[in-house]
Design a protein around this ligand. Sequence first.
Ligand code: NAP
Length: 321
Amino acid sequence: MTEHKEVVIIGSGPAGLTAAIYTARANLEPLVIEGEPSSTSDQPGGQLMLTTDVENYPGFPSGIMGPELMSNFRAQAERFGAELLTKKVTRVNLHTSPFEVWVGDPSSNEPTFTAESIIVSTGAKALMLNLPKEIELVGHGISTCATCDGFFFKDQEIAVVGGGDSAIEEAMFLSRFASKVTIIHRRDQLRASKIMQDRAFANPKIKFLWNHQVTEYIGDTKLEGVKVQNVTHQTESTLGISGLFIAIGHTPNTSIFEGQLSLHENGYIKTESDSSRTNIDGVFACGDVQDFTYRQAITAAGSGCMAAIDAERWLEEQHAG
Ligand code: NAP
């Protein structure tokens, strides 16, 4: 039986759960379809579920663990009546009114839910090297966010993997804390813009390991080093580092919206400026799924608030009209 909802929120990171708090407090009884754990690296709650200490989220002067922060977000949303469903959305139809949402079998004729409005907050995933022990070591030496974790590596030797603008930006930021930052790149030329390259070359703390790739993580409970291989000569060596920042790109979780929502070339959802509105009236997007610039929990939460207010006002207009 198809159930009808005023607001369906897809995704349960800081953006989705903030949207849930605001829409719940506006008496819109939101349903949050929060995702479903399919592996240790893929679970409801977004990227903070893979983070240890969060020290830059305002309001927590002594810091807070990522999973605990997300559990607080959930509890706050539930307190105001948001309903959370631990399932993955498998299909949406945004070309009809009300919108249709499927969880489970996408070929079923009956959608699981219909919705007056939808808030998309499915986030983005940092691309990983997919080596053994990687997931276990995230938050224990392996990171995908220098802004979040750089501070923990004061006066230590660390490395960054990648050769694009993100890798250089992360390395520049990390050089404020670390004693040495090695950029491990699989080619002998950077993809990053010339200006970023020049800055990195001029930074005395940044060194380059060209034509190398990481083949193994050393350390069981925390990262103690990496094995690297020269891709030209296949020779192996070891790099003793306490931190490795993987900066090889991100991918937004937008596959179920392809062909319906307007996406940027890089796959992120297009929203109107200063708004969470998408190309489809009544569908709003917030958080990392539409943000490839800031990518912070606090900016995601802020945009979740915007999406909730946009959805609330839009629903009001519909009911008035
Ligand atoms: P990117 O430009 O796609 O670069 C990814 C880098 O990671 C490339 O150097 C690539 O190597 C390397 N890589 C990919 N897969 C790898 C693997 N499995 N193992 C080892 N290395 C791998 O991604 P990005 O740096 O995140 O940037 C994304 C976009 O955002 C770009 O358009 C960028 O210009 C923009 N951006 C801009 C700024 C800024 O202007 N301040 C900052 C950040 C990002 P190859 O080079 O060999 O392919």
